[in-house]
Write a protein of this length. Structure first.
Length: 406
């Protein structure tokens, strides 16, 4: 039984509703100088990227999934005058403007915009040249930042909607991001949670809050069943964050076990879902280059922090947690090390299940897709030449809101 709108009790149940963000002007504000800081490796061509993203959305819609967009939900919210004021205020607080006077001027400027324009600034940022003559007299901060092009930074990673939040059961975790480049994204989700009828705050429990100290990012969280969650301990997700979230889930939800999976802390695999995703009831795809390096721990409810049991392998941990006689770990890359590494970089293991045994992947990962098919998986390919440049695939680009129960 569920009262709220949200319900995700697996990685593979038929996908019925998903939250996306269609890439926008924020991508055109990437320049070589800020690529690294904004967590990109290259600059995508926006027009083509939007085309690819629309195709991605269509594949989901064609399978009976309702697609929601951050930008639409936010715009609806801030049509309410008092929410708009709160939102603008929080937007400024979360943008590290570092000058009270400038904050006031930007606030006044934003109040003259339409809700659509405000959302555009919130996501794509505010370039100084778009709000000229804001400052009459320079403070030290303004002098020092003269060369910097933005008052409010763009959020080019928002199209990876997987990361700022995650639905577990009928509740929502609003994550604490590891890097400043992505911090403001979580504030949007908080607004949707607080003010959008869809999320119905009094009914939807909240499992994590972006104001917590310890980072958790959604790319690390895999809802394996209605009682088991896997969480990657990674470059982005902290061990302490996993403990706090797990203990809360044990106490307040139907989750009984958490598999904490330690992966190497490195850019190429910033989240667990960049090397490992679930494709069917008992099938997973995994990047062979890290398989032997993964360490799995089984967490169960403890007094204040969870009890921990180190497991011999990920495979054994999955079998035990999911009560299965066997599980298949399908290696990406078709048996060739170089191919596997190249395709992993392009998100071959970052699959998004539309239903059990049916996944979306990028068409460029030919060997990995072929391998999945050989294992009986239906692979629906999408074009990802531009989308991939942010280092994320179909799973990263989607936040499931509802999946059918298995
Ligand atoms: N769930 C994921 N694997 N997300 C990928 C996010 C990529 C993004 N550029 C970042 O570094 O944050």
């Amino acid at each position: 039984m569920r009262d709220g709108f949200l319900n995700v009790t697996s990685e593979i149940g038929d996908l019925r509703a998903v939250l996306l963000h269609r890439p926008g002007r924020e991508l055109e504000r990437l320049t070589p100088d800020y690529l690294h800081e904004l967590l990109f490796d290259d600059i995508p061509w926006l027009k083509r990227m939007q085309w690819e993203h629309d195709e991605f959305a269509k594949v989901m819609e064609d399978r009976g999934c309702r697609v929601y967009y951050y930008e639409d939900l936010l715009e609806e919210l801030i049509k309410v005058e008092h929410v708009k004021k709160l939102f603008i205020n929080d937007l400024i607080k979360n943008s590290h403007i570092d000058s009270t006077e400038l904050e006031v001027l930007i606030e006044e400027f934003l109040l003259t915009l339409t809700p659509k324009e405000i959302v555009e600034v919130a996501i794509a940022g505010l370039e100084k040249k778009d709000a000229p003559n804001l400052i009459e007299e320079y403070n030290l901060v303004d002098y020092i930042r003269q060369e910097y092009p933005f008052y409010i930074n763009p959020l080019p990673n928002l199209y990876f909607t997987r990361d700022p939040g995650v639905v577990i059961g009928n509740g929502l975790a609003i994550n604490k991001m590891k890097t400043p480049a992505r911090n403001r994204e979580t504030m949007f989700l908080e607004y949707i949670y607080q003010h959008h009828p869809l999320f119905k705050k009094p009914i939807t429990p909240q499992w994590y809050d972006y104001k917590e100290t310890y980072s958790i990012e959604g790319g690390d969280v895999l809802v394996l069943s209605d009682s088991v969650v896997a969480i990657g301990c990674s470059e982005r997700t902290s061990a302490r964050g996993i403990e706090i979230l797990s203990q809360r889930l044990f106490k307040e939800s139907s989750i009984k076990k958490v598999l904490a999976v330690q992966i190497p802390f490195t850019r190429a695999y910033m989240h667990l879902d960049t090397v490992f995703t679930m494709v069917d009831h008992d099938k997973f795809t995994i990047y062979p280059g890290v398989e032997d390096l993964l360490q799995a721990y089984e967490l169960t409810e403890g007094k204040t922090t969870p009890r921990v049991k180190p497991m011999v392998s990920l495979k054994e941990a999955l079998k035990a947690a999911l009560n299965l006689p066997n599980v298949q770990l399908i290696q990406s890359g078709g048996g060739d090390d170089i191919t596997a590494a190249r395709e992993q970089w392009n998100d071959s293991t970052n699959t998004l299940a539309l239903s059990p045994g049916s996944v979306i992947t990028y068409n460029r990962n030919e060997a990995s897709n072929e391998t999945l098919r050989k294992h009986g998986i239906e692979v629906i390919e999408i074009e990802g030449s531009e989308l991939v440049r942010g280092r994320g695939g179909p799973r990263c680009m989607s936040m499931p809101l509802i999946r059918e129960e298995l």
